[in-house]
Design a protein around this ligand. Structure first.
Ligand SMILES: [Zn+2]
Length: 285
């Protein structure tokens, strides 16, 4: 099984995770910019973080034969902090970088007027830079937040097939499907979506425009839940080709719209992940 995790925050994960992911078949991933865990106090905090997402983290991933791309944005939670807003002026410089394949995560967290403004401005940046957008939906008031999200996306003028609306569940999948946007599902160990629930959604709606991710971050999460979802799909009677479509070809198709997805080195060196001194291997061949 080859796996592309379209939404995972490797900055907050260890090399053990990279090794386990490589062994499980993860060959590529996209790391969306998100919050720090504690409040950022200045825009400079974003500069270092964004540089790490397009420099250090791809290098770390390559040791394990995993190709790393990023999405860049001011995330919805930090959109509410006036100390973070000036980062909007720094985004255009990052949105031109080779390894940046979308604007994201953008969208709503608490659905405030500040989030409205920042969401609209960043959708405009996606249009301007000819990039797809990765849109987070709120964990509270999900139905309301998702409807509002789709209205703002429609008003922005971005093509729906260039937008992935993420963190969906049984309640929100239908309206996103009808909008023409891609549907993202984050599979969690304890709460929210689980592999069996994801399989039921795939049975009902089919594999088209479906993205499955682990969204692993600082919290309790598991980077191998993509694999577990693929295994659950096979057990439920889906074919290997269905699994490959959902876990590999769909994310490739979505992020390829950036014109920047480069999968050279995906799976290279997965047998011998090393991360020490002179034995470091780049996954470039
Ligand atoms: Zn995320």
């Amino acid at each position: 099984m080859r796996i592309f995790d379209p939404h995972i925050h490797m900055t907050s994960r260890t090399t053990d995770d990279y090794a386990r992911m490589a062994a499980a078949g993860v060959r590529a991933l996209v790391e969306p910019a998100f919050w720090l865990g504690q409040p950022r106090t200045s825009p400079g905090s974003f500069t270092d973080y964004f540089d790490s997402l397009i420099g250090w983290e791809p290098y770390r991933a390559a040791q394990f034969g995993i190709v790393h791309h990023a999405t860049i944005a001011l995330n919805p939670k930090e959109a509410n902090d006036p100390r973070c807003r000036p980062v909007l002026d720094l985004l255009p410089r990052y949105l031109d970088k080779d390894r940046v394949v979308a604007v994201g995560e953008i969208g709503y967290d608490s659905i405030t007027p500040e989030e409205d403004d920042v969401f609209e401005r960043q959708l405009a940046l996606a249009v301007e830079h000819d990039l797809p957008a990765l849109v987070h939906t709120p964990h509270r008031d999900k139905a309301t937040g998702t409807r509002r999200t789709l209205e703002v996306v429609a008003a922005s003028g971005i093509a729906p097939e260039r937008v992935a609306v993420d963190h969906l569940n049984e309640v929100t999948v239908g309206i996103v499907r009808d909008s023409g946007c891609w549907m993202g599902f984050s599979i969690y160990p304890e709460t929210k979506m689980s592999p069996p629930r994801m399989v039921e959604i795939l049975k009902r709606y089919g594999p088209e425009r479906m993205l499955v991710n682990s969204a692993a971050d600082w919290g309790v999460s598991d980077p191998l839940l993509t694999l577990e979802t693929g295994t659950a799909m096979l057990a439920a009677g889906f074919t290997e080709d269905d699994v490959d479509r959902v876990l590999w070809r769909n994310p490739v198709e979505f992020y390829s719209q950036s014109g920047r997805l480069d999968l050279t080195g995906a799976g290279a060196g997965a047998d011998q992940p090393t991360f020490a001194g002179s034995s470091i291997k780049r996954g470039g061949g």
